[in-house]
Design a protein around this ligand. Structure first.
Ligand code: KG4
Ligand code: ZN
Length: 335
């Protein structure tokens, strides 16, 4: 069985081909980062148009390189995400599926992220706890099995990635901000700044908007030089990572899991990985990260989730995009 995966929920166009027997055959990614950079964030209409522009050439190129071989299904991100961007991927997937008379399989974007470590040579076994940290979401999810997801906590305001992006904007680092803040933070010294950690001491929900305000106030108070900006970036990153580690360990203890998966774009952060490695070793927990390129949005995670949901899915004509869609509302995968 072979599935083409299509990801267009935000500002990356990702396509991939996954084969049940031989694994990931190939993948392509077109990032729109440069397109949105001058606006300091994603402009939804520009995102949709760029998906339209690049999707067909990316898929053509991918299939050409993969050589001949039957396609058994086309998986696409059905939601959550930007409505127009999702519709481009959904319409493309359904048109192609109609032409081939094969099923189009709507995938929940966060299920894609949660399953991304399964693309590794040494994937985690179920059950595990997942921390999903992306530009749109910060979630702790108990994963009893594929498709069996229970949300334990989430951000009550900004997502962790959003806080990185806003901090980057305040520091004049451009978009997307996570990698730029991480680079700057490497030159930072501990000490000059300290930010409080909202909600750290209790529960499993997160709050990052207060942290953003603290950064704003520090920037307004004046950053005399690059060293000061680096110190601030470091203190900000430490605050985010500290909260994420504390909450994940609390959740692991609460549900009694011994495996932790870190998924989503912020999971690419080196300081975060170092802190999690150390904490996990201390707690006797195994921690799993997707390959760096599969932390951020990509087609491979959608193709993989599609393979798991292919059995029993049928060719159908009607479809929808779901800009808002809870992970707990997705149907269980076929047995
Ligand atoms: O998972 P993703 O590609 O898209 C969403 O589904 O949101 O995550 C993108 C987010 C952005 O906010 C970006 O700034 C953040 O992940 N990010 C990082 C790093 N790389 C990407 N944040 C911190 N450090 C990084 N190295
Ligand atoms: Zn994502």
């Amino acid at each position: 069985m072979r599935v083409l995966g299509i990801e267009t929920s935000c500002d990356d166009t990702g396509v991939a081909l996954y084969d049940e027997a031989s694994g990931l055959i190939g993948h392509r990614l077109a990032s729109q980062a440069a397109l949105h950079a001058e606006y300091g964030g994603v402009v939804p209409e520009l995102a949709s148009r760029d998906h339209v522009r690049v999707l067909l050439p990316l898929v053509t190129d991918l299939l050409k390189d993969a050589g001949p071989g039957r396609l058994d299904g086309i998986a696409y991100t059905e939601g959550p995400g930007l409505a127009g961007a999702l519709l481009v991927g959904a319409a493309f997937a359904h048109a192609l599926a109609y032409a081939y008379r094969i099923p189009a399989i709507g995938i929940h974007h966060l299920e894609g992220h949660l399953l991304a470590p399964m693309l590794d040579p040494n994937p985690p076994e179920f059950p595990f706890l997942a921390l999903l940290v992306s530009g749109g979401h910060t979630l702790l999810v108990d994963v009893a099995g594929g498709g069996e997801y229970r949300k334990l906590g989430e951000s009550i305001d900004d997502a962790a990635g959003e806080a990185f992006d806003k901090t980057a904007q305040l520091l004049g680092l451009g978009y997307p901000g996570g990698p730029a803040v991480e680079r700057l933070a490497r030159e930072g010294r501990p000490g000059p700044y300290h930010f409080t950690r909202p909600l750290k001491e209790s529960g499993l929900d997160f709050s990052f908007s207060g942290l953003k305000t603290q950064v704003l106030l520090a920037v307004r108070a004046g950053l005399p030089d690059r060293q000061a900006a680096s110190d601030l970036a470091r203190a900000f990153q430490e605050a985010v990572v500290d909260v994420l580690v504390t909450k994940a360990l609390r959740a692991l203890a609460q549900v009694g899991r011994s495996r932790l998966v870190i998924a989503g774009g912020v999971g690419a952060n080196g300081a975060l990985r170092a802190a999690f490695d150390q904490a996990a070793q201390h707690a006797g927990v195994s921690v799993y990260y997707p390959r760096l390129e599969f932390c951020t949005d990509n087609g491979a995670m959608i193709a993989y989730a599609g393979i798991r949901r292919l059995a029993g899915s049928a060719h159908r004509l009607e479809f929808a995009a779901r800009p808002r869609w809870s992970l707990e509302d997705i149907p269980p995968p076929p047995a």
